[in-house]
Design a protein around this ligand. Structure first.
Ligand SMILES: Nc1nc2c(ncn2[C@@H]2O[C@H](COP(=O)(O)OP(=O)(O)OP(=O)(O)O)[C@@H](O)[C@H]2O)c(=O)[nH]1
Length: 601
């Protein structure tokens, strides 16, 4: 008997909030792996941040046992995928570990930008897609219309698509049956040289890196010597196992299986997502397709709010990096902020997560500078610089030309907002490509947009202009030549390098004005007037002044009760914590973010 006949490897894909995690929980419950109460305690109890933000950041994989209507018991390996564009590469690797994907679509919202983006990723891997319509309990649900939309737009047959409510546990058995019936069993030789795809990994302080793998060919057991195909490094396997619902060691994993592997690896860098594990003595000729080393798209400086915490920040970054191969950092110094680190991230969400973890998990007070994308600077002497930090931009006379990253953006929206979105894209230097009708009232707009116009507040601006109805997805297209300049910000006549940004020449004046206006709102009044200036190439293009403080805060307590006075001083001290002394001026952390808000609304 071929054991693989009773294995199904699948992911759940969906637009954010359409109910992917809720459905995953129901599948786990309905196959009896965990009770509802245990679910709450165990499965969902991973990362606080994840729960608060309501998005999946790290993958969760699980083997479920399901007794199907045909009387056979199946092993269903559910490989969860992260729910944000920043982590698209990880999504694609998880999908590469599967034969099929359950596509969850919200019965009231229908197809959205990320539904399509995920479907394309799944089709790239030749996966069988099983459509499921969720949230049929909602009064606004229109399952029949949504089925038709999926048929028209994606071309999937939805006649028998399960109509479910993941929340109310309705028709979940239909999803399980569809997985068994529609998704193909894995194939791949058991006797061939080992080829195992790494689709996730994390660091465990006892066992070293735990890699989540899908065996595509061959087999692996404890004691085998394995080799990572991208680096050629070898390790001895100390443990292999399955996740059901916690990690359980097994004797061996065979082609078709999904499980985990430990081999005393010290850093996740040794075992990157997408890499192929093979046997050291009998290696495969070719690695599995699709491996790439992910590169950072966004950089920012991270500085301790108090200089003496420098070492603690470095230790914390090192600890985070052990678990997150896509986080990069190197020391840098800023005239304004002292010693810190230049950190690279996959995107803005990834950046925010790391910043929050530094503050919460490591209890550090940090200042994060204005994020920047990477520019290519071609110098007149023929040299090319990859610019991560605007401060390092060479003098204008040494620059021949510069290039900036451009993304292909798809924005899905009800037709009534097309005008507002086009205006927004126009404002952000977008180039209109085309517009596709999905149905009479909804369209997809395709734009080419500079990444530095998208990463900051574009998504917020889009949501506010469309009352939350538009959705966005983008991928890097490449680099194009662009007329860019460095804009410096001077506070009290002192250039604050941490505020420097790179902007398009045509936008410099407008951005400069808007930045000094915003800074004026967030920089507190001092005993003296504080001039705020924006300058390009030494020329001042905008100016505002924070007026001098007239009254002493304590004046109104004069002669009054002492506890009130104390309270006021306490309050001031609290406020100060997040301030940074720049020259003689105190600048709050929000100031660094204020620079990013471009939208006028
Ligand atoms: N009414 C209703 N709400 C649901 C249903 N399924 C999920 N939800 C709700 O929809 C919201 C989003 O559900 P999640 O399962 O977290 O969505 P998700 O797709 O996993 O989101 P990401 O993890 O960010 O990708 C939650 O508030 C759920 O309670 C359903 O069948 N009916």
């Amino acid at each position: 008997m071929d054991r693989r006949k009773y294995i199904r490897n699948f992911s759940i894909i969906a637009h954010i909030d359409h109910g992917k995690s809720t459905l995953a929980d129901r599948l786990i419950e309905n196959t009896g792996l965990l009770s509802h109460r245990e679910m709450q305690e165990q499965v969902l109890d991973n990362m606080d941040l994840e729960r608060e933000r309501g998005i999946t950041i790290k993958l969760q994989t699980m083997s479920l046992l399901y007794k199907a209507q045909d009387g056979h018991e199946y092993t269903l390996n559910l490989i969860d995928t992260p729910g944000h564009v920043d982590f698209n590469y990880e999504v694609s690797r998880s999908l590469a570990a599967c034969e099929g994907a359950v596509l969850v679509v919200d019965a009231s919202q229908g197809i959205e930008a990320q539904t399509l983006a995920n479907v394309y990723l799944a089709l790239d891997q030749d996966l069988e897609i099983v459509p499921v319509i969720n949230k049929i309990d909602l009064p606004s649900a229109r399952p029949e219309e949504i089925k038709k939309e999926i048929e028209d737009v994606i071309g999937l047959d939805c006649e028998n698509a399960p109509l479910i409510s993941a929340k109310d546990n309705i028709n979940i058995d239909q999803v399980l049956e569809a997985i068994v019936k529609q998704i193909p069993a894995p194939s791949g030789e058991e006797d061939a040289p080992l080829k195992a795809l790494v689709f996730d990994s994390y660091y465990d302080s006892y066992r070293g890196v735990v890699a989540f793998i899908r065996i595509k060919e061959g087999q692996v057991k404890k004691g085998d010597r394995i080799k990572m195909m991208s680096t050629g490094k070898s390790f001895d396997v100390t443990e292999v196992g399955v996740i059901s619902p916690t990690q359980k060691p097994v004797a061996a994993l065979y082609s078709g299986d999904v499980g985990y592997l430990c081999a005393s690896m010290k850093e996740v860098k040794s075992c990157r997502v997408g890499d192929t594990i093979t046997s050291d003595s009998n290696p495969a000729k070719e690695p599995l397709p699709g491996y790439k080393k992910v590169t950072s798209m966004v950089y920012c400086g991270i500085y301790p709010a108090e200089g003496e915490e420098y070492n603690s920040v470095r230790d914390a970054l090192e600890k985070l990096q052990v678990n997150d191969a896509s986080l990069t950092f190197e020391p840098e110094t800023s005239i304004a902020l002292g010693f810190g680190f230049r950190c690279g991230f996959l995107g803005l969400l990834h950046m925010e997560i790391i910043q929050e973890r530094l503050e919460r998990e490591f209890d550090l007070n940090i200042i994060a500078t204005t994020p920047s994308v990477i520019y290519n600077v071609y110098k007149t002497n023929g040299e090319m610089i990859i610019l991560q930090n605007p401060t390092n931009m060479p003098p204008v006379q040494e620059i021949d030309y510069m290039e900036e990253p451009i993304v292909n953006a798809s924005i899905m929206t009800p037709t009534e907002y097309v005008g507002a979105i086009m205006e927004l894209c126009q404002n952000r230097r977008g180039t209109f490509e085309n517009m596709e009708y999905m149905e009479a009232t909804r369209v997809i707009l395709h734009y080419k947009l500079p990444l530095n116009e998208v990463i900051y507040d574009f998504f917020d601006a889009l949501k506010s202009r469309t009352r939350g109805y538009a959705s966005l997805d983008y991928e890097l297209h490449g680099y194009v030549r662009s007329e860019l300049v460095k804009m410096d910000i001077l506070i009290n006549a002192e250039l604050v390098d941490a505020f420097s940004i790179i902007v398009h020449e045509d936008k410099a004046y407008e951005r400069g004005r808007s930045i000094v206006e915003r800074l004026k709102d967030v920089i507190p009044r001092h005993l003296f007037a504080v001039p705020l200036q924006a300058a390009v190439g030494g020329k001042i293009i905008a100016r505002e002044t924070v007026k001098a403080l007239r009254k002493d805060v304590l004046a109104k307590c004069y002669g009054g009760d002492i506890t009130r006075k104390k309270k006021l001083l306490e309050k001031q001290k609290e406020g100060k914590k997040r301030m940074r002394q720049i020259g003689s001026v105190e600048v709050p952390q929000e100031a660094f973010l204020a620079v990013l808000k471009f939208d006028e609304d």
